[in-house]
Design a protein. Structure first.
Lengths: 195, 493, 326
């Protein structure tokens, strides 16, 4: 029930992300999308991933988005004309795609959803397993799949190097503050007698 | 403390990659410390790092070549080591070595002084090597992201230039989109089979009682779409000319030559190994894409004035030729494909090297085909080299390009794709037309303006000469390439 | 059942709000003492009813909606800040098994809540459609995001030593020795980061009266301002409680011997929070404001590498002496 409610909110706000006129509003709706998806993950008892979702996406990435969008002085433009041109074709393709996915998912996925199974029986195996989410993740990530962990680190390093290369303006003319020099400065070595 | 020797052999096999990654990190630290040091007055260490990178590439290829073990699945079956990975990695390393030799002077002249350029190239080579040897969807995705991220930065490296930033942005958005498609496909596959391992997926697909066949089919469509994006094949090729034209020429060369073999070798493993039982579906899609790229590029390339765009379109056509034999899903087809890939890499070196010679200064206007007109008077040897390289691309007999095309036709005919073979044959006449029209421009068109060429450095001349000799050598003695491509094709199955 | 839950929640909320009220009074009194004046001493005995009077005043004032403001977001922002500052208290253990929700990812939950806290400020700054408010919001967001990183690393250090993300087990892990003894530098760092995280002096750039005429909440009056005010002070209390739990052993007494064990556990916890509150106030009274670039370079170039290094040091020490908790 709660899950359904959350997913409805998620879908509505996801639609609003693309249809909102003001870019700042659409970023806020994006935040709402992240939050609702994190909550629904929480309901599925994947608490670690959901909290990481809030921490990383909402707490850091969306804030940076907001920063950029707020600082750019974007005029609110009306794009309804373009929208109407693309609407029929787009919605047609979207409908076909939706039907395709819907029909196949209907066939293959629905019986495995926990919704129908939850009332029928208790999965005792789940009850025995007392490991928390984090421990399970750690035990897999740091043992069997440690190369992935390292490679992901290198991917992030590339992102950092790239961001620095593309944005850092390294000039020697810029004035820097050298705190240690300020602290080391004393009366002895800063007052001279000029003849 | 207990140390476990669980992965001891795996680490031994994985040693080239470990060496490469550690070397990257060490060079990065060296660069960061030295380039920002006040005591040395902020030195430009680009050239320094360039030599280090060459040395690292050399050592890595040595380590790859003399890997003591022939076949193994390592790190919980997430990476693989066999003949395909060995040859593909060697070609990735070797071609990037050659590329670096080719465009070093260009980088110096266009004042790309940031040493990070070479480091990003190393990062992307690391990603490509990982991609070649990945045997699991997660490792493949990570590797693809690693190389793609460094490619985005390489494309937009000249951040003052509008073209370069535009190219980088286009590449980034479309690349991220295609990664999303790939990720969706991977998640569908995982959702249906519960595994990301290639061999387990194969076993699932071979199972006659497997229920998720329809979902796998949808996933395959996404998967192929994502990969076609990455290798710039027909319905998803739009980004290629813009990105190739906008990015710095050195980056363009790297994009055009190096990544194809790595992406293709993982793609082949995925298609012909894991989803071999679904070859009815992906075969048709790939056939469509291959025909589309060949036809489209042949007709669009005729109209191009800019040399870079022309080469980009011709690259799309070559991707079509690469995909065509893959769609047959036979051993012969795969061998023809790998043969074509290897030859394409060797042939592209002189072709793109020629472009570098024409790029005098930073002006983009000097990019038109007509600039080649002064080549015979200014440098007759270079003119001969250029026309030979274009002949080889077109597939004219005394050069190895002839074999690579003819093998593809053979494989198509063997799989009784007669109509396809005929159409492709007809279209390659068109593509031959525009290759030869370049040669015509070189020799028979008088240019009114003065044309200045970049002087050919020693390294560049070595690369050009060696690749030209190889073009002839492999025509008369193609055994080595045949053997390599057969080994690669055999180790897929 | 429902009534009981609501009562439980109310008991926490009311206590926190009363705490906030007397936090403000303490601030004015202590600052008054430091500056050799008396502070509020008219309303009630020695000014004890002053916070209630202030609250009443703010409550009955007229709320002003700026005409150019984005109305919905403008109203939403203070509510968000206030709500988030109270939500965090759910996982704080006031004593042994004296906690509303004893979830096993308590620390992550707190981090997530404090990450969301940025939004209240950004919303307020942007929706007021005023330059001062916007500048304040930008400063504040950048500051909070930067210091959250080092806070995260410090938290991981503590989690490494206690082997759990659950706040109660973190407290119980300090029965032998409080974490402020082996992790003294991290303790100091955490407190400073908490100052920055709550936009307190000497890192109060977002509110800087002299430059930004109080930053992101310039346009707010009456209840909106009151909610921001309450939210901020509740956040400070929350950070003090978190510092006490992570480094000073939460509800544990100073020593587990006779004269200390007379005092009940939750009183110990309250005393520790009170200590930090006083520290917060003294900091405000005696430190000048940081410059913005100094603030950023302190966060990224000093705190981040130091906490990362300390994390690795801790991990390797724990690993090499086999001291890892289970």
């Amino acid at each position: 029930m709660l899950f359904l409610l959350l997913s409805i909110v998620l879908i509505i706000s996801a639609i609003l992300v693309i249809s909102a006129q003001n870019p700042v509003h659409s970023v806020f709706f994006l935040v709402l999308v992240f939050l609702t998806s994190a909550f629904s993950l929480f309901l599925l008892e994947i608490e670690f991933v959901s909290l990481l979702f809030v921490l990383v996406y909402v707490g850091a990435i969306a804030v940076l988005f907001l920063f950029v969008v707020m600082m750019l002085d974007i005029k609110v433009t009306k794009q309804e004309k373009d929208f109407m041109i693309y609407l029929p074709m787009g919605s047609f393709l979207g409908l076909i795609f939706f039907l395709e996915i819907f029909l196949t998912l209907q066939e293959n996925f629905v019986p495995f959803l926990p919704l129908s199974g939850r009332e029928l029986y208790i999965n005792w195996l789940n009850c025995i397993d007392s490991l928390t989410n984090i421990k399970v993740l750690g035990q897999l990530l740091y043992t069997y799949y440690f190369p992935f962990f390292l490679i992901a680190g290198i991917v992030l390093l590339v992102a950092m190097v790239g961001a620095i290369v593309l944005t850092l303006n390294f000039t020697q003319k810029a004035k820097h503050q050298f705190v240690f020099r300020q602290i080391l400065r004393e009366k002895k070595n800063s007052i001279y007698l000029i003849k | 403390m207990n140390f476990s020797f669980l992965f001891a052999n795996d680490i031994k096999i994985f040693f080239p990659e470990i060496f490469l990654s550690l070397a990257i990190l060490i060079v990065l630290i060296y660069g960061v410390l030295l380039a920002t040091s006040l005591t040395y007055n902020y030195p430009l260490i680009s050239k320094n790092i360039y030599k280090l990178v060459l040395f690292i590439l050399f050592l890595t290829s040595l380590l790859t070549m003399y890997n003591p073990i022939d076949y193994a699945l390592i790190f919980q079956k997430t990476f693989v080591h066999d003949d395909l990975t060995r040859v593909a990695k060697l070609f990735v390393l070797g071609s990037s070595f050659a590329c670096l030799l080719l465009f070093q002077s260009y980088i110096e002249n266009s004042q790309i002084n940031n040493y990070e350029y070479f480091l990003l190239i190393l990062f992307s080579i690391f990603g490509l090597n990982l991609l070649v040897s990945s045997y699991d969807l997660i490792s493949a995705y990570l590797a693809i992201e690693l190389q793609a991220l460094s490619f985005y930065v390489l494309a937009s490296f000249q951040r003052q230039s509008v073209f370069s930033t535009e190219a980088g942005l286009k590449y980034f958005i479309l690349g991220a989109f295609s990664s999303g498609l790939l990720l969706y496909a991977f998640s569908l596959i995982y959702g249906v089979t519960g595994t990301t391992n290639l061999i387990n997926i194969k076993n699932f697909c071979l199972d006659p009682y497997f229920e998720g066949a329809t979902i796998i089919q949808i996933a395959l469509i996404f998967l192929i779409a994502g990969f076609l994006f990455k290798i710039a094949a027909f319905p998803f090729h739009m980004w290629t000319p813009d990105v190739y034209e906008g990015s710095p020429t050195s980056t363009t060369i790297f994009f055009a030559i190096v990544p194809k073999i790595a992406i293709m070798s993982f793609f082949v493993r995925l298609c012909s190994f894991s989803f071999s039982s679904f070859d009815g579906i992906w075969g048709e899609i790939l056939l469509f894409s291959a025909l589309g790229s060949i036809i489209y590029s042949a007709f669009v390339a005729i109209k191009q004035n800019s040399l870079k765009r022309l080469l980009a379109y011709s690259g799309i056509g070559h991707v079509g030729f690469i995909l065509l034999p893959l769609s047959t899903n036979t051993l012969d087809g795969l061998q023809a494909m790998f043969f074509y890939l290897l030859v394409y890499m060797i042939t592209s070196l002189p072709v793109w090297g020629l472009l570098l010679v024409c790029m005098k200064g930073k002006k983009n206007s000097q990019n038109s085909v007509s600039i080649l007109g002064g080549l015979p008077t200014s440098s007759p040897i270079l003119a001969i080299l250029a026309s030979l390289a274009f002949f080889s691309l077109a597939g004219i007999p005394p050069l190895v390009g002839f074999y690579s095309k003819i093998f593809i036709f053979f494989s198509a005919i063997k799989s009784s794709l007669y109509l396809v073979a005929f159409v492709v044959l007809a279209i390659s006449v068109v593509s031959t037309y525009y290759y030869i029209s370049i040669v015509k421009t070189i020799y028979f068109e008088k240019n009114k303006n003065w044309i200045f060429y970049e002087p050919v450095t020693k390294e560049k001349s070595i690369v050009l000469a060696v690749s030209l000799i190889l073009l002839f050598f492999f025509f008369f003695n193609p055994n080595l390439l045949l053997l390599l491509s057969q080994q690669m094709a055999l180790s897929v199955f | 059942m429902l009534v009981l839950t609501i009562l439980k929640i109310l008991s926490v909320v009311v206590i926190v709000l009363i705490g906030v009220a007397y936090f403000t009074l303490a601030e004015r009194k202590i600052m008054g003492t430091i500056q050799r004046r008396k502070g509020p001493n008219v309303v009630g005995f020695q000014g004890l009813l002053q916070p209630l009077a202030d609250g009443l005043k703010l409550f009955v004032k007229e709320s002003i909606l700026p005409s150019n403001a984005n109305k919905t977001l403008f109203i939403l922002a203070p509510m968000l800040t206030f709500g988030l500052s109270l939500i965090g208290w759910v996982v704080i253990p006031f004593g042994e098994s004296l906690v509303l929700a004893d979830i096993n990812v308590g620390i992550l939950y707190l981090l997530a809540v404090s990450a969301l806290g940025v939004y209240g400020i950004i919303l307020a700054g942007w929706s007021s459609n005023s330059k001062y408010a916007f500048l304040g919001a930008l400063r504040s967001a950048a500051q909070m995001v930067s210091y959250e990183v080092s806070i995260g690393f410090i938290l991981i250090t503590v989690v490494l030593c206690s082997g759990s993300f659950n706040l109660s087990s973190i407290v119980l892990a300090q029965e032998k020795v409080w974490f402020c003894v082996p992790h003294l530098p991290m303790f100091v760092l955490f407190f400073i980061s908490a100052l920055a995280e709550t936009n307190r002096h000497p890192f109060d750039l977002p509110e800087a009266e002299a430059e930004l005429v109080s930053g992101y909440n310039v346009e707010y009056s009456a209840m909106g301002f009151a909610l921001f005010f309450l939210g901020e002070y509740a956040n400070m209390l929350l950070m003090s409680a978190l510092t006490a739990i992570l480094f000073l052993g939460g509800w544990l007494p100073l020593l587990d011997i006779f004269p200390f064990t007379i005092i009940p556990n939750s009183v110990w916890f309250g005393l520790k929070i009170g200590g930090f509150v006083v520290l917060f106030i003294v900091m405000r009274a005696c430190l000048p404001r940081f410059r913005y670039d100094q603030l950023m370079s302190l966060g990224w170039k000093v705190f981040l590498p130091f906490s990362l290094g300390w994390l690795i040091l801790t991990a390797s020490v724990l690993m090499s002496f086999n001291w890892l908790p289970n």
